[in-house]
Design a protein around this ligand. Structure first.
Ligand code: HEM
Length: 433
C-alpha cells in the first residue's frame, strides 16, 4: 500500500474496522468497483470476521445457507426496501451485478463496510460509510426477481431468460378497491434489507444501489419501522399502527413443517432454480386514520375479529386461544363477524393455505393540504406459490373484508427470491447454469 492508503486504512481501523479486515477485504474483493472485472469470492467466516469488525458476532445473521436470510429470520425492527430496474440489457451485466451484490451482502451482513480497498483518496470512498462503527444489528439482505426480468410488459425478453420464468411469477391481477401508484410498484429486482438499526438497513440498500448504478437504477424505495409481525416463537407479538397485536397466527420460522408446506419452494415445484426460495409479495397499505380513529372500540374489534388490548379472538380470553369460527352469540350471531379480517383470512376459509407475514409500519410526509396522516402497513408476505396463496386470499379480502373501509392499497409488487448460496456461489446463480 502507498503511504496515503496506509493512512486511510489506519483511519478506517480507528473507526471500528480492523486493519486486517481492510486488507483482507482488499485481497478478497479485488480492486475497483466496475462490474466488468472478475469478482473475487466473498469471505467465508462471516461470524469470526464480524467480531473483528465494527460489531459483535452476536448481532450477525449468517448470510450463507440453503435459504436466503430475511425470510425465516426473526423479523428485525427496521426495513429498507428497494426495487430496481435494469438499464443494461446484457445478461453478463445481470450476472456480474448479482455476483457483486452477493459479495457486498456477505460483507455488510457481517458488520463490515463494503470497502474494496485500497482506497484512492482521489476516488469516492469505497463504502459510503454511514454504518462504520455501528453493530451488525442482525442485518439481512434478501434479493428477488420481478416478472419484468423475464419479460417486459410488452413481452421483450431482454436477457434471454423468458424460458426460466416461474409460472407463479405472473404480475399480480387487479384487486377491487386498490389505487396503485405504478411508480412505486413492480421492478426488475428487489432488495429487502432488515436490521435492528435503521441506519444499518438504509446503508445496505444505499450501498447496493451504488454498486448497481452503472447497470440498474432505483425504481422505488420504502422505509419501514416497527415490525408488524412476530415470525418467531421467541418474539412478543408487536402492534401495528391500528393498535392491534399483529402476527399472532403467523407462521414462525422455527416451524419447519409450516415453512416447508407454505413458504419454501419444494424440489418438485417448477422451475428447479427456485427450489429453496420463496415468492415475496409487497403491498403498501395506507390506513385511513380519519375513519379508523373515529370508529368505536367495539367496531374496531369486530373489524379485526380480536380484542384490541389482549389480542384474543372475540369470545376468547387469551391471545393464543383458538379462533372458533363457529361460535355464536346467544341470539345466534357469529361471535367473529362474517366480514371480520381474521375470519376471511383464516386458513379454514382458504383451502388450508397460510402465508408468512413479515411487514413493517411506514409513515410518509403528509400530503400538503390534506391534513391527513399518510401512514400504514408495508405488507410483505413470503410463500411457496402466490397463485394458491396470496392471490385467492387477497381476492377474498378485497371482496368482503371489513378492514377495506379503513385501508387503501397504494403499491404492489411480486418478486421471486431464489434460494441461498455458499461462499463459492452467488444469489440467483441457478438462472445462469
Ligand atoms: C393494513 C392492512 C392489514 C392490517 C392492519 C392487518 C391486521 C391483522 C391483524 C391485527 C391480524 C390478527 C392477528 C394475527 O393473527 O396476526 C391479522 C391476521 C391476518 N392477516 Fe392481516 N392485516 C392487514 C392486511 C392483510 C392482508 C393484505 C393479508 C393477505 C392478503 C392479510 C392476511 C392475514 C392473515 C393470513 C392473518 C391470520 C389469520 C388467521 O389465521 O387467523 N392481512 N391481520
Amino acid at each position: 500500500l502507498t503511504g496515503e492508503q496506509e493512512h486511510t486504512t489506519d483511519r478506517l481501523a480507528r473507526s471500528g474496522l480492523t486493519r486486517r479486515g481492510v486488507l483482507a477485504g482488499a485481497a478478497m474483493l479485488g480492486v475497483g468497483a466496475g462490474l466488468d472485472h472478475v469478482i473475487a469470492k466473498a469471505p467465508q467466516t462471516t461470524t469470526v470476521e464480524a467480531a473483528q469488525g465494527s460489531g459483535s458476532a452476536e448481532g450477525v445473521v449468517a448470510f450463507y445457507g440453503a435459504h436466503q436470510a430475511g425470510i425465516a429470520t426473526p423479523a428485525q425492527d427496521y426495513l429498507s426496501f428497494a426495487a430496481f430496474d435494469l438499464s443494461s440489457e446484457t445478461v453478463e451485466d445481470l450476472r456480474s451485478l448479482l455476483q457483486e451484490w452477493t459479495a457486498a451482502a456477505a460483507v455488510l451482513t457481517a458488520g463490515r463496510p463494503y470497502q474494496q480497498a485500497p482506497q484512492e483518496p482521489s476516488q469516492p470512498p469505497g463504502d459510503t460509510g454511514e454504518a462504520i462503527g455501528l453493530e451488525p444489528a442482525r442485518l439481512t439482505i434478501t434479493i428477488g426477481f420481478g416478472p419484468s426480468l423475464f419479460a417486459t410488459p410488452s413481452g421483450r425478453d431482454r436477457f434471454g431468460l423468458a424460458h426460466l420464468k416461474p409460472p407463479m411469477l405472473a404480475p399480480l391481477p387487479a384487486f377491487p378497491g386498490e389505487s396503485l401508484d405504478p411508480h412505486s410498484s413492480g421492478g426488475d429486482l428487489c432488495v429487502q434489507a432488515c436490521a435492528n438499526d435503521p441506519q444499518v438497513a438504509f446503508h445496505a440498500t444505499h450501498q447496493l444501489a451504488r454498486v448497481a448504478s452503472s447497470v440498474a437504477s432505483l425504481r422505488w424505495t420504502q422505509l419501514g419501522f416497527g415490525r408488524t409481525s412476530s415470525t418467531s416463537q421467541a418474539q412478543v407479538t408487536p402492534r401495528n399502527l391500528m393498535g392491534f397485536k399483529d402476527g399472532t397466527d403467523n407462521i414462525h420460522g422455527e416451524d419447519t413443517t409450516a415453512m416447508n408446506d407454505h413458504v419454501w419452494v419444494a424440489p418438485h415445484d417448477s422451475p428447479s432454480w427456485m427450489t429453496g426460495g420463496a415468492y415475496l409479495i409487497a403491498r403498501r397499505i395506507k390506513i385511513l386514520f380519519d375513519v379508523w380513529d373515529t370508529t368505536s372500540l367495539e367496531g374496531q374489534q369486530r373489524t379485526i375479529g380480536r380484542y384490541k388490548l389482549t389480542g384474543a379472538p372475540l369470545g376468547a380470553n387469551n391471545e393464543y386461544d383458538p379462533v372458533k369460527l363457529t361460535a355464536t352469540t346467544p341470539n345466534g350471531e357469529p361471535l367473529i363477524p362474517a366480514n371480520a379480517h381474521i375470519r376471511l383470512a383464516n386458513p379454514q376459509n382458504n383451502n388450508g393455505q397460510r402465508i408468512l407475514r413479515r411487514g413493517y409500519s411506514y409513515s410518509e410526509p403528509t400530503e400538503p393540504g390534506s391534513g391527513q396522516i399518510d401512514a400504514g402497513l408495508f405488507f410483505i408476505a413470503f410463500q411457496r406459490n402466490p397463485q394458491q396463496q396470496f392471490i385467492p386470499l387477497q381476492h377474498r379480502l378485497a371482496a368482503n373484508d371489513a378492514l377495506n373501509h379503513h385501508t387503501l392499497h397504494t403499491s404492489s409488487a411480486i418478486f421471486a427470491c431464489p434460494p441461498g448460496t455458499t461462499p463459492n456461489g452467488f444469489i440467483g446463480e441457478g438462472l445462469f447454469t
